[in-house]
Design a protein around this ligand. Structure first.
Ligand code: CO
Length: 134
């Protein structure tokens, strides 16, 4: 059911410094910061030949990334995102198998303008999973 790895998201304490590190020493193609207030984050996308890296930084009060950075002050891998063809069918298949979807189970529009859902890390080997319909 899951398809390509769409991106790996890394929570970072300093978004400018992290973006410059990818642009400079790592020599990657780095996009402009995008504020996503409905997700409580500012994101920077890095285009790689086979996938993307999403740098995440807290935006606004109560950002889920702020709590993550409190526990991991140097930053760390926050989630990975798999592509699916039909996000509602994927959700129903996963919840039918006992997995928990975060929030009310309704897909939100993610950073690429496409529907996304998050799955509870305790149900997936300690890894927060994002599904994106492509
Ligand atoms: Co993501």
């Amino acid at each position: 059911m899951i398809g390509r790895l769409n991106h790996v998201a890394i929570a970072v304490p300093d978004l400018t410094a992290a973006a410059e590190q990818y642009r400079g020493p790592l020599g990657a193609e780095v996009g402009a910061p995008q504020p996503l207030p409905e997700h409580g984050v500012t994101v920077v996308f890095i285009e790689l030949p086979n996938t993307k890296i999403e740098l995440l930084h807290p935006l606004g009060e109560g950002s889920p990334i702020a709590a993550f950075l409190d526990k991991n002050p140097a930053g760390g891998i926050h989630h990975i995102c798999y592509e699916v063809d039909d996000i509602l069918a994927a959700r129903d298949r996963l919840t039918g198998a006992g997995a928990r979807v975060l929030g009310d189970g309704t897909p939100k529009i993610g950073a690429h303008g496409k529907p996304v859902l998050f799955l509870h890390p305790k149900d997936f080997n300690g890894c927060l999973l994002e599904l994106e319909q492509v």
